[in-house]
Write a protein that binds this ligand. Sequence first.
Ligand code: NAD
Length: 285
Amino acid sequence: MAEVIDGRAIARALDEQTKAEVEAFVAAGKNRPGLTVILVGDDPASEVYVRHKVKACERVGMRSTEHRLPAKTTQKELLGLIDRVNASEHVHGILVQVPLPDHIDERAVIDAIDPAKDVDGFHPVNVGRLSTGTGGIWPCTPFGCIKLLHSVEPDLTGLDALVIGRSNIVGKPVAMMLIAEGCTVTVAHSKTRNLPEKARQADIIVAAVGIPELVKGDWVKEGAIVIDVGINRTPGKDGKDKLVGDVAYDEVQHARAVTPVPGGVGPMTIAVLLANTVQAAKALH
Ligand code: NAD
């Protein structure tokens, strides 16, 4: 049986560490680390994500501020708010919840965030820093994947890694992080030929596609570590929606370790967001 990588437990441990760092920071007489979350419009899924993030801040003793703006907010108004939070000494992390309404250019908004407060790690400066191995703030879900891999194997040097998916938010950054870990990295995507064959070579597979159970048991070599980023809603037997990953979980029990969905990568994203905010607070002081 493959080891189940327990993302919930690993995220809880990271939260404990973050909480201790928050208290040490405050005890040293500095402003309590604070995250600002900006939500434009009333997308119900985004509302839930924002609520989770605010609650998570409370859990680790961090300040949180929410800015809920109506869907008709103009880009100029949003950029004005970003200017103000960029300048606030109480704000160490800024997160703009996506998707934004169609009339707002997402890229212009991300570019306007102070890179030192860009705790999502999507600003071009942080993307560039990750790619050049010069630090920066690393995006939450991919960094969470690396932390999960480390829980199984602290030294990834020399391993062959296959990343399936090349998005800016998961595939590309996780590939950069694996390169930094000393892995030999292949990035597969929708145009890749002979994907199962490539997967069978890999010591590490990170699946970030969005296709339910794309990765089959016979794609995974014995002893590989499998990180499943996918979150797909499919109709369950009881008629209710069920969450499944990009990996056929039951078929990969010959792997060394695998993340479940839910309870694997998912819980890591917010835990890393909080950890990034404390690191940003330290760097800003
Ligand atoms: P995306 O749609 O932006 O990118 C998907 C990638 O998969 C693309 O690069 C595409 O080329 C590739 N792809 C599509 N079909 C393929 C195929 N048949 N074979 C190989 N590659 C193929 O998606 P994303 O934003 O990177 O997210 C990927 C998945 O991860 C989604 O299920 C998403 O819900 C999930 N996700 C989870 C978290 C989390 O916190 N756990 C965070 C972000 C995304």
